[in-house]
Design a protein around this ligand. Structure first.
Ligand SMILES: Nc1nc2c(c(=O)[nH]1)N[C@H]1C(S)=C(S)[C@@H](COP(=O)(O)O)O[C@H]1N2
Ligand SMILES: [Mo]
Length: 156
């Protein structure tokens, strides 16, 4: 972690940790300073029915790359061992695989949104967006932690 992060991250910040060369934390403002995408997603919630939202923010892939995941050198296939654990403030947990967001594989344009329906998310924290999902459960709100982990041990 950078020296500043000796303190617990403030509200709205997300920690970036795990098997990365530079563990860090990012504010929503820092995420907004990265190259931005925009997307409208529609999904069906089992309890609240059809939903539609407009999001802006950086690609999750670009965010994770800033921390330098410890992939084997030059090995495209090595990236396929890695997982991304996403945690929401309320404890909602989602695991993605690196392969599903990697442009050379699944190429899903997962986003870490800094605004939702034109409302800025600085105070709440960013929102994971998975365009193409039919159910909304992976659209994690108030993300507080992103952790990159190799799936070592899963194949033992
Ligand atoms: N942190 C967090 N994010 C969450 C959930 C949750 O329980 N916790 N529920 C998900 C589910 S099941 C759905 S359908 C969508 C609904 O989002 P919306 O009500 O903003 O449209 O939020 C998702 N994001
Ligand atoms: Mo849902």
């Amino acid at each position: 972690m950078r020296p500043m992060s000796a303190e617990p991250p403030a509200a709205g910040q997300v920690t970036l940790s795990g098997e990365v060369s530079t563990p860090t934390w990012l504010s929503v403002a820092a995420l907004r300073a990265m190259p931005q995408r925009e997307m409208t997603v529609s999904f069906e919630c089992r309890t609240s029915g059809p939903r539609r939202h407009y999001f802006t923010g950086p690609l999750l892939l670009d965010v994770l790359r800033t921390a330098g995941p410890r992939f084997g050198s030059g090995e495209r296939k090595d990236r396929l061992r890695f997982l991304i654990a996403v945690l929401g403030l309320d404890g909602h947990r989602v695991v993605l695989s690196w392969g599903e967001i990697d442009p050379e594989f699944g190429n899903t344009a997962a986003m870490l949104a800094v605004s939702m329906d034109c409302r800025q998310l600085d105070d709440q924290g960013p929102h994971l967006v998975l365009p193409g999902d039919r159910c909304g459960a992976r659209h994690v709100s108030r993300v507080t932690s992103l952790r990159v982990r190799a799936g070592d041990g899963l194949w033992d």
